[in-house]
Design a protein around this ligand. Sequence first.
Ligand SMILES: Nc1ncnc2c1ncn2[C@@H]1O[C@H](COP(=O)(O)OP(=O)(O)OP(=O)(O)O)[C@@H](O)[C@H]1O
Length: 264
Amino acid sequence: MLTRPKLSGGSTLFAVSFGRVGKDGVVSPPLPPMVDVRGLHVRFGEVEAVAGIDLQAYAGQATALLGRNGAGKSTTMRVLAGVVPPSAGTVLVAGHDVRTETLRAKQAVGYCPDVGGLVPRATPWEHLQLSARLRRMDDWETPARDLLERFELGDVAHRVTAGFSHGMGRRLSVILAALHAPDVLLLDEPFDGVDPIGVEATFDVISDARARGACVLVSTHLRELAVQACTTVSVLRGGSAVATVPSGEMAGEEGARAYRGLLD
Ligand SMILES: Nc1ncnc2c1ncn2[C@@H]1O[C@H](COP(=O)(O)OP(=O)(O)OP(=O)(O)O)[C@@H](O)[C@H]1O
């Protein structure tokens, strides 16, 4: 059965679901979710893009959203990023309601959209500069240079993005999402068309974010990369979450069969 997380996810899953066990054996209350989605509906006219999603994601964890085209992954990410308002339901990001505390929720988030977001006539460095100014960051140049080097974009840091390949654009979008070390990192299709160096660099960004206690959500079609990058997998179908399981349950041949079973 793939309807409920098992404890095979280890101590993190135990801690967030049932409480944290201290050295003295005392169990403290479970951590509140960093992303808390309850009964989310999103309608675009006649189309119901999201039809009642419930999703909880926690500090130090990475959750993958998997599902077929049109399952509602990107729309859910857009709601979390504060780009699309919910039609119904409650969405809290780092404790802030995206409907009533939109600015605070947005400040907590770093968002790599699935498409767009880059200015063709601006360079990567100018994108980073603008992002840092908007967020009133002081010491941004060193982390910006570091990220550009990790994603092998240092050599093109001062070239306009108009001539960038698809994969170069994806890599820059991940960098822009990660620059300010957000509490909630939302990566929509970060691996799409990205070469192995970019994939490795994205893995590093995800594990660094988890290590500093951020909550990461990754929307992707690439099941095996989702399993490698994430602790938890949530499978969406027809605008609803049909299963949320430790990522190990989606690994290998058996995981592929389980995943196909959830999509049919
Ligand atoms: N702005 C919009 N206007 C109308 N319909 C929309 C809009 N955005 C999304 N939809 C519809 O909502 C549904 C869910 O779309 P969404 O992009 O969230 O799916 P997805 O799981 O991210 O798909 P993909 O894997 O193809 O990116 C689809 O039927 C889509 O056509």
